[in-house]
Structure formats: C-alpha cells, structure tokens
Design a protein around this ligand. Structure first.
Ligand SMILES: Nc1ncnc2c1ncn2[C@@H]1O[C@H](COP(=O)(O)OP(=O)(O)O)[C@@H](O)[C@H]1O
Ligand SMILES: [Mg+2]
Length: 236
C-alpha cells in the first residue's frame, strides 16, 4: 500500500503575513482511496488550486497532515527529503494550461518523462502512443505543440500527466477546453488508470459535462471542504 491513496487532515495554508495574510485553506479533511476518482468543486478563490499545489508539494502548507498511502509526507513540516523526486515519480499533474515544451514534438513531450524515469525509449513511446489513441490525438503524434489546437494541446498535456502511471493524479480543470465527447473520454481514461494502477485521482472542475460521472464529490468554500451528502450520485 505504500504511496497508494491520499489522506489529508486539518490542512491549512496561509499566504503572506500580517494585515495582508490570506487564509486560503482553513482545515481541510479529505480522503481518496486507491482506485478512486473524486471531484473537487468550488467557486473561484475557494482554495482548489492551493489544495492541489500543497498535495503536489509545489507549495508548503502552514499546518496539518498529508499522507500518501501509509507514508506521511507532511506533518507540520515535510517528512520526506526529496520533494523533487516526489513530484516527478509519484504525482501526475494535469494543469489547465498545457505547458508543452515548444521545441519537442508531441510524442517526445510525453515520452520524455518515462525516459527520465528509466523506462526504455521504445516502451516510453509506446505508452505515449497508447494514451494518444485513447485521447484521440494519435494523428498528431509527430506534430509540434504550436501546430495543435487548444483542445489537442490539452489532451497531450493530459497524456503527459498520466504517462508515468503515478499513484496520485491531480487534475485542475482538465476538460475546460474540450467538447463533451472528449471531456467524457478524459474521465473514462482517468477511471481506467485508477482501477488498473490503483491511482488516487482528484479532479478540480466546474464542468457540468463531467460532474455527473463522479461517484464522490468534495465541495470547497472559503478554504473548507465538505463531502457531498447523500447516496446514488449519477452513474456513468
Ligand atoms: N500566491 C498567492 N499569494 C497570495 N494569495 C494567494 C496566492 N495564491 C492564491 N491566493 C489566494 O488564496 C485564495 C485561494 O486561491 P486558489 O487556491 O487559487 O483558489 P481557486 O483555485 O479555488 O480559484 C484566494 O483568495 C487567492 O486570492
Ligand atoms: Mg484555481
């Protein structure tokens, strides 16, 4: 179970200090089991990106606890030395903006990460192509990022977030630029990843097209999360 699943307890994040301090997270509790895809929904400024950045070790929380599986990674301070390795090997990010490397073609943009992690080149490229097929961009595999539409870039960025099969995937509005068929395809791939590799996945979204697919949803408001009450959320 090492590294599988997410547990967050009493997580707080304050930006700045004194009069201008902003309490972006005020004690967040959240749990995502291995194999689960949960939605995180809240208005602009409610703390969604801050929560993902803390969990992804991009910024440091101010208090609380975070664990991946049975390993505590933060408890009033980082509990692991190599945060860079944590981000690289154990967290898959899918951001709203694609951030592709402009001088590498689409396949290299995605295959680079597993190559850096020691996966043989042919295997890394095969993984990238399999994801492109599932995301309906395989005909763009040799294109440069600047030749892609916004939606294609976003799908390539999604492939990049998944290609290393990290135990945790953090997606911030991954389907914002996609039509409903492609948005639902993205969710289907995330669900497949989750069940195949016991990945724990958090998807921040406003997207009405995909919200009914989540079996469990957390709402966040003013830095506090609430799990949606009631059973029988829409099934896909
Ligand atoms: N780097 C920062 N410095 C100061 N305040 C910030 C910073 N990033 C976010 N905030 C503030 O923290 C709160 C939560 O922001 P954010 O996590 O980006 O919300 P969301 O992603 O839900 O829109 C907001 O009030 C925002 O203005
Ligand atoms: Mg945000």
């Amino acid at each position: 179970m090492r590294g599988k699943g997410i547990r967050i307890e009493g997580l707080k994040k304050r930006y700045g200090k004194g009069d201008t301090a902003v309490d972006a997270l005020k004690g967040v509790d959240m749990q995502v089991a291995p194999g689960e895809v949960v939605g995180l929904i809240g208005p602009s400024g409610s703390g969604k990106s801050t929560l993902l950045k803390c969990l992804g070790a991009v910024i440091e929380p101010s208090a609380g606890l975070m664990a991946l599986g049975d390993e505590v990674i933060y408890d009033k301070g980082w509990k692991i030395r190599d945060l860079r390795a944590l981000r690289r090997d154990r967290i898959g990010f899918v951001f709203q903006a694609p951030y592709l490397i402009p001088f590498l073609d689409v396949t290299d943009n995605v295959a680079l990460l597993p190559m850096l992690a020691g996966v043989p080149n042919a295997e890394a490229r095969k993984r990238a192509l399999d994801l492109f097929k599932a995301l309906d961009v395989e005909n763009r595999a040799r294109a440069m990022p600047s030749q892609l539409s916004g939606g294609e870039q976003q799908r390539v960025a999604i492939a990049r977030g998944l290609v290393n099969r990290p135990p945790v995937i953090l997606a911030d509005e991954p389907t914002a630029a996609l039509d409903s068929v492609r948005a639902l395809a993205v969710i289907r791939i995330l669900e497949q990843m989750a069940s195949q590799y016991e990945t724990a996945i958090i998807v921040v979204t406003h997207d009405e097209k995909i919200i009914p697919t989540f079996k469990r949803i957390y709402h966040i408001r003013d830095g506090i999360t609430y799990e949606e009450a009631g059973e029988g959320r829409g099934v896909d």
